[in-house]
Design a protein around this ligand. Structure first.
Ligand code: SF4
Length: 370
């Protein structure tokens, strides 16, 4: 955690323009050598991701960092990603988030005490016991370490947007019901693709008594979806798909499964960030895509594939920015690295051992089924 003195010195960095940071970041990185590994999430801005040793989605990056073995893992992403990196890190590795305010609005929508209350209701309704015999909790990677540990302790599992279908199949083979956290859209899209009807999925609203569900409705449900969403992906609407198809006949619409069910139903394909990239990579030259995901990634796709005569645009021309991810600036990165050169660790993310243990159990189950 940064001390008051560190925070003061951070302010002096924040007053400087972006372009003055480049040489300093390069120099600090060179001095740290193999001691540091910088991770850049796909949604990170260009001025920061250019310094990343690895780019990717959150899970892939955490694995890369553990394999790379640098003493310091600097995660240019959001809080839950740095927690996951700390959970998967090798002993002695230190994980750092350059700005502690870089959270994820979706992960913040499931608080551990709210989830425990929900579980208690499910137990009282006779749908499960404390160990998860009856309901299997699944949490999306985009959740706090405490939620991952909650799932691990109750026979549950973590999933990513690419292995969510496998997690659903695994869970339904061992119990008749699923509690899906925290993204209702990924849960609904996955459940529907697995043949579960929309009426068999209910939404648990943590701000209402008993989640806003009566006991009968709860008993009928095969999937209880937590009322969470990604503010970036939820902005895409079915009318955006209709409009782009009228404006550009023949265009392929590909979207992230954090988008609404109605949008995913109208799209030609859905995919994780890596999945979307792979669809475009494999398409023939001359293909045209409207992509429903974060705008920094879409802009990078547009530039990267222009040389192959593939045209990439955002599904919604107003563009959807992940504002929390955007908090990581070149100034924060420079401040972090120059402090490390002075052997001063700022903004360390450290998951408590007990939480780490059970979160790891849930992550290991995911690896086993992948
Ligand atoms: S894009 Fe959405 S889910 Fe991803 S980090 Fe930003 S708010 Fe969270």
């Amino acid at each position: 955690m940064a001390s008051t003195a560190d925070v003061c010195s951070l302010q002096t960095y924040l007053d400087l323009p972006d372009h003055t940071m480049d040489q300093r970041i390069f120099a600090a990185k060179a001095k740290l050598g193999s001691d540091v590994v910088i991770l850049g999430h796909h949604y990170q801005r260009d001025e920061v991701i250019r310094f990343a040793d690895f780019r990717g989605d959150s899970y892939k990056l955490s694995q890369e960092a553990a394999r790379a073995g640098g003493k310091f893992i600097v995660f240019c992403g959001v809080h839950f990603m740095a927690e996951s990196a700390d959970i998967l890190a090798q002993p002695g590795q230190i994980t750092i988030l350059p700005d502690l305010n870089a959270g994820c609005s979706m992960a913040d929508m499931a608080e551990i005490t709210e989830v425990e209350d929900c579980w208690e209701t499910l137990v009282r309704a006779g749908l499960t016991n404390e160990c998860g015999d009856g309901v299997t909790p699944i949490t999306y990677m985009n959740s706090s370490a405490a939620i991952k540990a909650f799932c691990g302790q109750r026979g549950g599992i973590v999933c990513t947007s690419s292995n969510a279908p496998a997690a659903f199949r695994w869970a339904l083979a061992k119990s008749s019901r699923i509690l899906f956290l925290p993204d209702q859209h990924l849960g609904r899209n996955t459940g529907y693709a697995q043949g579960i009807a929309l009426r068999e999925m209910v939404v648990w609203n943590p701000y209402l008594l008993n989640g806003g569900l009566d006991r009968e409705r709860l008993r009928e449900a095969r999937v209880v979806l937590w009322k969470g969403h990604c503010s970036v992906h939820q902005r895409f609407l079915p009318e955006h798909v209709d409009r782009v198809r009228i404006q550009h006949p023949g265009i392929r619409v590909i979207v992230h499964p954090e988008c609404r069910w109605e949008v995913c139903q109208k799209a030609d394909a859905t995919g994780s960030t890596e999945g979307l990239l792979s669809i475009i990579r494999q398409a023939p030259s001359g293909s045209r895509f409207a992509v429903g995901t974060e705008i920094h990634l879409v802009n990078r796709m547009r530039k990267e594939f222009a040389g192959e005569q593939k045209n990439v645009q955002s599904l919604d021309q107003s563009g959807c920015l992940c504002t929390t991810m955007f908090r990581i600036s070149p100034q924060h990165l420079c401040w972090t690295l120059e402090n490390l050169v002075d052997r001063n660790v700022v903004n360390q993310i450290k998951v408590p051992e007990q939480v780490k243990h059970w979160a790891r159990v849930a992550l290991d189950r995911m690896l086993e089924i992948s």
